[in-house]
Design a protein around this ligand. Structure first.
Ligand code: UDP
Ligand code: MG
Length: 157
């Protein structure tokens, strides 16, 4: 009844520089999502262009590309039930001042241009973005996690 999904998350360069890697990873881990891939990387020109292809030509695009390449990011793949929408909900909307209280962007960011975290906006975007940043052999989906155990015990009733 519940299907597991994967999504792509990035701790953006401003958050890495501000020492927020642990805080942001922790949000997703304590939710029960399983971290199945994680690495610190410098985003290449090709990766930046592919990642943000949908925004090419928009006024903020050149700054967005500079931003995502301004320092290392922590790229992650997380897995869980409804994780694509769930992770977006936890991040809050793009502008931190409009994001709900308690979301990552409301709690850790001030302006849209430096909004500390990226998350895929659909299952299709997630698969596309995961392929930009990860090889399949860098992902470790096997094994149980808390959310699966909870769901199984509920289903047993
Ligand atoms: N962005 C920006 N100015 C804008 C809109 C977006 O600097 O007016 C940046 C911001 O970092 C955002 C990213 O571009 O996270 C991608 O924009 P999108 O609309 O896809 O927002 P998201 O999916 O990240 O919430
Ligand atoms: Mg987006």
């Amino acid at each position: 009844m519940h299907t597991e999904e994967r999504t792509f998350i990035a701790v953006k360069p401003d958050a890495v520089q501000r020492g927020l890697i642990g805080e942001i990873v922790k949000r997703f881990e304590t939710k029960g999502y399983k971290v199945i891939g994680l690495k610190m990387i410098r985003v290449s020109d090709e990766q930046a262009k592919a990642h943000y292809a949908e925004h090419e030509g928009k006024p903020f695009y050149p700054r967005l590309i500079r931003y995502i390449q301004s320092g290392p990011i922590v790229a992650m793949v997380i897995q869980g039930y409804g994780v694509v929408a769930g992770a977006r909900h936890m991040m809050g909307c793009t502008d931190p001042n409009k994001a709900d209280m308690g979301t990552i962007r409301a709690d850790f960011a001030q302006v849209m241009e430096y909004n500390v975290v990226h998350g895929s906006d659909s299952p299709e975007s997630a698969e596309r973005e995961i392929a930009i940043y990860f090889n399949e052999n860098e992902l470790f989906p096997e094994g149980k996690c808390m959310s699966e155990l909870v769901i199984e015990s509920l289903d047993a009733d």
